[in-house]
Design a protein around this ligand. Structure first.
Ligand SMILES: [Zn+2]
Length: 493
C-alpha cells in the first residue's frame, strides 16, 4: 500500500534547521545512507542508539510503502585517531596491540556489531559496503576533484583545498560554521604540515613504510581519507543526489561537512536533500567514556554483569527505553529509567494479550479511527516515537477498561485497534515480545530433552539405527548432544 500518498511526513533537516515535508527524488523510492561503525572495538551503546533510530526510520518509511534502499557502511580502513588527519589508523593500531592482521580485527568487531544489532532486533541494511572494498571508486573521485581544481597533491598525499572550494561554494553550511571563524580560531600550521591551510583535509594519505594497510594509487602507495569512503559508496549505490543521509550528531563536523564538499566538488551538486542527525546517549547524567569508567556495553546490560544496574534488562526493554525519547534529543540511561521502561514495556505486552481475548460489542465507546490517526500524526511529525508511545498507552488504558466492562469496542474497531497496535509496536518500533521468546526457548528445551529420552530408550533396546538417527538429525539442526557421566546434555550452535 502506498500510504505515503496520504501521510504527509515531515523531517527535521539539519541542513536547513527546519522541519520540512519529505519529498523523494523519485516517487515511491527512498535512498538512505547512514554512516556505519569503525570496526576496531565492541560497538558502543551510544552507537546502538543511533543505528536503532535509523532502523525505526527505515521501518516507518517501508511501512509507508516506499521502496527503501538503505546503505550503511563498515569503516575498515582510513579512520585515523584524530580528526585532523593525524595519528594512527584506528584499526591498524588495534591490530598491532593485539598482534592480529588488520582484517582479523575488522572481522571480529564486525561480527560483534552484527550480533549486538540483531539482539536489539535491528533489520539489516539493503547494502553494507566496506571502505576497503571501494578503494578504486575513492581513487576515481579524487581524480575528479583534482581535475576540477579543488585538491592538490603534496609528496604522495592529496588534500582538499577548502579555500579554493569556498570561492564558489559554502563550506560549513551543515554545521553552521563560517570559514573566516574557523581560520581565525586555528593556530598556525605546524612546520611539517603539508597542508596549504589547516582546514584542508586529506583525500589520500601517503603510507609510511611501517603502515600496513596500503594500496597503490596514481600518487603512490597510500590509503584513503576517512571522509571519502562515504562519498564514494553513497554515490555508487544511491546516486549523486539522494534523499536521506543520517548519522550521529558528532559526525556533523567535520565528517558530514567534508562529505558535502567532496560531492559538490566532484559532481557539481548537493549530494543529500535531508540530513538527519541522532542525538547522544548519556549514562547517569554524564557523557559515556571508557576512561572515566562511566560506560556500559549492551552485553553487560543483558547479562546484568555490571556495576551500574541493579538487574539484567532484556534487549527489547532497552529498545523500548530508547524509543521513549525523540531521536534528536539527548537521552540519559540509568537504573531507575530502565526499571520504569521495563514496567511500561510489560504493561504494553500484557495489554496486547488482553486485547486478543476481549469480546467485541455492538458499538465502540471511543473513536478508534481518530486514535489511529493520532498515531500516524506522531510518526509523521519527524518520527515522534515518544508521542506515539503516549498514544499506545492511551490504547492500553482503553483495553483494560473494556476488559473491566467500562468501555466497549465493536468487532471492526477491535480489528483496526489490534492491527494498528501490532504494526506500531512490532513493525515500526521494532519491539519483540520477550515473553514469547522465553516461552519459545522453554518449548525448544523441552522438545530436545524429550528426544534425548527417546534416544536413551532406543539405546537401551539396542536400536542403534534410531538412536544414531536422532543424534545426527539434531546435529544437522544445530543441536549437539554430549554423552557424559551425568547423562546426555546438549548445546545449540
Ligand atoms: Zn560517513
Amino acid at each position: 500500500m502506498q500510504l505515503f500518498k496520504d501521510q504527509i511526513l515531515k523531517v527535521s533537516n539539519s541542513l536547513t534547521g527546519e522541519k520540512e515535508v519529505f519529498k523523494t527524488v523519485k516517487e515511491g523510492y527512498v535512498g538512505m545512507y547512514v554512516c556505519g561503525p569503525t570496526v576496531y572495538s565492541n560497538v558502543h551503546l551510544g552507537n546502538c542508539r543511533t543505528f536503532m533510530s535509523f532502523d525505526m526510520i527505515f521501518r516507518y518509511l517501508k511501512h509507508l510503502g516506499y521502496k527503501v534502499r538503505y546503505v550503511r557502511n563498515i569503516t575498515d580502513a582510513g579512520h585515523l585517531e584524530n580528526d585532523a588527519d593525524e595519528g594512527e589508523d584506528k584499526i591498524a593500531k588495534k591490530a598491532k596491540l593485539e598482534q592480529l592482521e588488520p582484517m582479523e580485527v575488522v572481522q571480529r568487531y564486525t561480527v560483534d556489531f552484527h550480533e549486538t544489532l540483531k539482539a536489539f532486533n535491528l533489520q539489516p541494511p539493503s547494502i553494507e559496503p566496506t571502505a576497503t572494498g571501494h578503494i578504486i571508486e575513492q581513487i576515481e573521485i579524487i581524480k575528479e576533484i583534482l581535475a576540477k581544481g579543488f585538491a592538490y597533491e603534496v609528496n604522495g598525499s592529496v588534500y582538499f583545498d577548502i579555500i579554493k572550494f569556498s570561492e564558489s561554494n559554502t563550506y560549513g553550511k551543515l554545521s553552521g560554521r563560517k570559514l573566516e571563524d574557523m581560520i581565525a580560531n586555528t593556530r598556525d600550521l605546524a612546520a611539517q604540515d603539508e597542508k596549504r591551510n589547516p582546514q584542508d583535509f586529506a583525500l589520500w594519505k601517503k603510507a609510511e613504510p611501517q603502515h600496513i594497510m596500503r594500496w597503490p594509487s596514481p600518487w603512490g602507495d597510500g590509503f584513503p581519507g576517512w571522509h571519502l569512503e562515504c562519498t564514494a559508496m553513497s554515490t555508487k549505490y544511491l546516486g549523486e543526489t539522494f534523499d536521506i543521509h543520517g548519522g550521529g550528531m558528532d559526525l556533523k563536523f567535520p565528517h558530514h561537512e567534508c562529505e558535502i564538499a567532496q560531492a559538490e566538488a566532484s559532481s557539481g551538486h548537493s549530494p543529500v536533500n535531508y540530513w538527519l542527525h541522532a542525538n547522544m546517549l548519556t549514562l547517569n547524567g554524564k557523557k559515556m567514556s571508557k576512561s572515566t569508567d562511566n560506560n556500559i556495553y549492551p552485553d553487560e546490560i543483558f547479562s546484568g554483569d555490571n556495576r551500574i544496574l541493579s538487574k539484567p534488562f532484556a534487549p527489547s526493554v532497552v529498545r523500548f527505553f530508547m524509543m521513549q525519547a525523540h531521536y534528536t534529543s539527548i537521552l540519559d540511561l540509568g537504573n531507575d529509567a530502565l526499571l520504569a521502561s521495563e514496567k511500561g514495556y510489560y504493561r504494553l505486552m500484557d495489554a496486547l494479550k488482553t486485547l486478543e481475548k476481549i469480546e467485541p460489542s455492538e458499538s465502540s465507546s471511543f473513536d478508534v479511527a481518530n486514535w489511529q490517526k493520532a498515531c500516524y500524526d506522531a510518526m509523521n511529525d519527524d518520527f515522534n516515537t515518544p508521542v506515539l508511545i503516549a498514544h499506545l498507552f492511551d490504547a492500553v488504558k482503553r483495553i483494560n477498561l473494556i476488559k473491566e466492562g467500562q468501555e466497549t469496542i465493536s468487532k471492526a474497531d477491535k480489528k483496526v485497534l489490534q492491527d494498528s497496535v501490532n504494526t506500531f509496536v512490532f513493525d515500526i518500533l521494532g519491539l519483540v515480545d520477550q515473553d514469547n521468546n522465553d516461552n519459545n526457548a522453554t518449548t525448544i528445551n523441552g522438545v530436545i530433552n524429550l528426544l534425548i529420552d527417546l534416544r536413551n530408550n532406543a539405546r537401551a533396546n539396542k536400536d542403534f539405527a534410531t538412536s544414531d538417527k536422532i543424534r545426527d538429525e539434531l546435529l544437522t539442526l544445530g543441536v549437539q548432544l554430549k554423552d557424559g557421566k551425568e547423562g546426555t546434555t546438549f548445546s545449540l550452535n
